[in-house]
Design a protein around this ligand. Structure first.
Ligand code: ADP
Ligand code: MG
Length: 332
């Protein structure tokens, strides 16, 4: 690392941005930042560890900068909120090049500007590993926040987009590491992008929040099976999902066949799709589907909430299998 901590912070200060919303009184440069605004506020934090949550060998620094913030913004999306401020703490290993660092910060700056957020502070230290910790502060939507705890029997379970793309993208990247001479098939690039550069569903979260029909919501970071079972647990209900209704990118079959991985595993247990899973009260299905369609998005109904406990998958008519807590968890 040839740059001093001071130089790095000076650069960070230049890219910090300012949200168009009034409220930021003092940003980077003092012992604390100061902000106001009406509130209530949403706050969430995430830690990304090299070799666990990302791999520098195949993750281009700019895209990693984007993803470092995007996964946090996804938590704000899951509440229906509006992201405003970011805190960013990094430990940088001594061998890290300044070029890598500037590209990574370039990705950070892109997300700040795309989502109208301001970087208002953080910490920069030298450490043995590259660790990235991001905290995001957002404003609650005027319609309130969507929690995991509101699902009720009779609700329909939806997802906001295709599943399994990120897990398949990761499998492709791992495969390419040992088979680089084969070259990446053009059609597979979308899945690789889904893994390297996920899109937080901010606008979709807000639309769903404002609809008045959504009873619970969460983002899919650990895989549908794990994340939907959180909704079931917090809402004290069970869910039945129908395998045939689970949406996936059309190229997923090709990748799964070529790499010998199970498609259903990618869809149910592969994490990091950062789509939203949500439940809709009876009677609101069409309203919600039309609202998302109006934004060029699709609300995919995948099952129903029922009384009882647990998460069940119907693979073929009448054949149910319990799948609770079998999603992919880094600590498992
Ligand atoms: P202190 O020692 O008082 O914590 P620092 O010298 O670490 O202050 O930081 C100076 C300023 O730069 C503070 O406003 C801090 O929030 C900001 N800062 C430091 N590192 C980062 C970072 N990685 N991202 C954003 N802001 C940062
Ligand atoms: Mg400090």
């Amino acid at each position: 690392m040839t740059l001093s901590e001071r130089n790095i912070i000076e650069h960070i200060r230049k890219i910090a941005g300012r949200p168009s919303v009034q409220g930021l009184i003092r940003g980077i440069g003092d012992d604390c930042s100061v902000f106001g605004g009406p509130g209530p506020w949403l706050v969430s934090t995430d830690m990304l560890v090299d070799g666990v949550h990302f791999n520098r060998d195949w993750h281009p620094p700019r895209l990693l900068g984007r993803k470092s913030l995007a996964v946090n913004l996804s938590d704000i999306a899951a509440m229906g909120g509006i992201p405003r401020y970011i805190l960013l703490s990094v430990s940088l290993p001594p061998g890290l090049s300044s070029e890598w660092l500037f590209q990574w910060l370039g990705g950070v700056a892109e997300i700040l500007s795309e989502y109208d957020c301001a970087l208002i502070g953080g910490d920069t230290v030298t450490g043995s590993e590259l660790n990235i910790s991001v905290t995001v502060l957002g404003e609650q939507h005027p319609a309130g926040s969507l929690y995991r705890s509101g699902a009720g029997a009779g609700d329909t379970v939806y997802v906001s987009g295709v599943l399994g793309s990120s897990a398949a993208g990761l499998a492709i990247l791992k495969h390419m590491e040992h088979n680089a001479e084969q070259g990446l098939k053009d059609t597979w690039q979308t899945l690789v992008d889904a893994h390297l550069d996920p899109v937080p569903q901010i606008q979709t979260g807000q639309i769903l929040c404002a609809s008045g029909w959504v009873t619970s919501m969460q983002d899919i970071s650990d895989g549908l099976a794990t994340d939907l079972s959180h909704i079931c647990k917090e809402s004290a209900v069970s869910a039945l999902i129908l395998a045939e209704k689970l949406p996936n990118h059309p190229v997923l079959d090709d990748v799964c066949e070529a790499l010998n991985i199970r498609k259903l595993d990618c869809i149910l247990r592969g994490g990091e799709d950062y789509q939203l899973v949500f439940t809709v009260r009876k009677g609101g299905e069409k309203t919600v589907e039309d609202l998302l369609q109006g934004q060029g998005k699709t609300a995919y109904p995948i099952g129903t909430i029922e009384k009882g406990r647990g998460l069940f998958l119907e693979k073929s008519p009448g054949i149910r299998q319990e799948i609770t807590f079998q999603g992919y968890e880094h600590l498992a």
